[in-house]
Design a binder for this molecule. Structure first.
Ligand SMILES: Nc1ncnc2c1ncn2[C@@H]1O[C@H](COP(=O)(O)OP(=O)(O)OP(=O)(O)O)[C@@H](O)[C@H]1O
Length: 285
């Protein structure tokens, strides 16, 4: 395992009966990065995250998380790996503050509960009962419980499902704050704009294997992909031209129009375009 790696996975396989969930998955995640796992329903993302957490067994393959095998975790390792459960805090009459303080007692060196409540933006709700929180506030509390032990690695499975756009952006800020503190973060998501906004690197999983890996801006040759120049013709109808040299195309258009080019746009494949191509579902537009 290279120094600076938080996670190393080689040839990971997992079947559930006849279903092959993971079919030789490889992953390298560096310490301190935000790493996104993308892939269609049933691709194997949750299975991967659960194996990394030590909550699901594997059939074969090597897995190292913070230098240890999650299949044989010790107490110290467990304190260093933060897990965000959906609705960990669901059925309780306790207040937010009581819940966070209660969970802090499980860890050898917990973070300060008041600081964690502030980190997730629940200060105003510290004295509210958990059952009175909204769905988004409950998820923030789940994150608070995931980080109260002061983990070096945080695993999040679809953390913002069901969030409104404002709550989602607030959650992104929380992830960025945790990342700036040095926490390695692995998250699965179906929101490509979330992956693009948060992840330093992404892996696209399809049918239990990694089909592409890299920074969102250059995944699968995205940075080198041909551009499309769009403009409006004299009749107002949009024209477009795909080109490897968009500057030359724009220069020649500027000459032709003798100045401003009406309706000028230069586009490159979006993360969604690249993602759909990778999973074999190209948009036929
Ligand atoms: N406990 C289980 N028993 C049987 N099959 C399972 C179990 N958990 C997952 N599977 C199957 O394994 C495959 C991978 O599932 P997994 O939940 O890892 O996918 P996922 O990428 O997280 O999907 P989603 O995006 O829908 O959450 C699927 O075909 C799923 O039906």
């Amino acid at each position: 395992m290279a120094e600076g790696d938080a996670v190393r996975v080689r040839g990971l396989r997992k079947r559930y009966g006849d279903v092959v969930a993971l079919d030789g998955l490889d992953l390298d995640i560096r310490a301190g990065e935000v790493f996104g796992l993308l892939g269609p329903n049933g691709a194997g993302k949750s299975t991967t995250v659960e194996i990394l957490q030590g909550h699901r067994s594997r059939d074969s393959g090597e897995v190292s998380v913070l230098g240890a095998d999650p299949a044989a975790p010790d107490r110290r390792w467990k304190a260093r790996v933060g897990i965000v459960w959906q609705d960990e805090s669901a059925v309780t009459e306790m207040t937010v503050g009581e819940t966070v303080r209660h969970f802090a007692r499980y860890y050898p060196r917990p973070r300060d509960p008041a600081e964690v409540i502030a980190l997730v933006g629940l200060e105003a709700k510290a004295r509210s009962r958990v059952k009175e929180l909204s769905g988004g506030q409950r998820r923030r509390l789940d994150v608070a419980l995931g980080v109260i032990g002061g983990p070096r690695l945080l695993l999040l499975d679809e953390p913002t499902t069901g969030f409104d756009p404002v709550a989602r952006r607030q959650f992104w800020e929380l992830i960025r704050t945790l990342a700036a503190e040095g926490t390695t973060i692995i998250l699965t998501t179906h929101y490509l704009e979330e992956a693009e906004a948060l992840a330093d690197r992404l892996a696209v999983i399809a049918a239990g294997r990694v089909v592409a890996e890299g920074p969102p801006g250059s995944l699968a040759g995205r940075a080198e992909a041909r551009a499309t120049v769009h403009w409006a013709g004299p009749d107002g109808v949009e024209r477009s031209e795909e080109t490897g040299t968009p500057t030359a195309t724009v220069t020649s258009l500027a000459r032709r129009f003798d100045g401003e080019i009406p309706g000028l746009r230069v586009t490159r494949p979006t993360l969604e375009d690249v993602y759909l191509r990778l999973i074999g579902q190209e948009d036929p537009r």
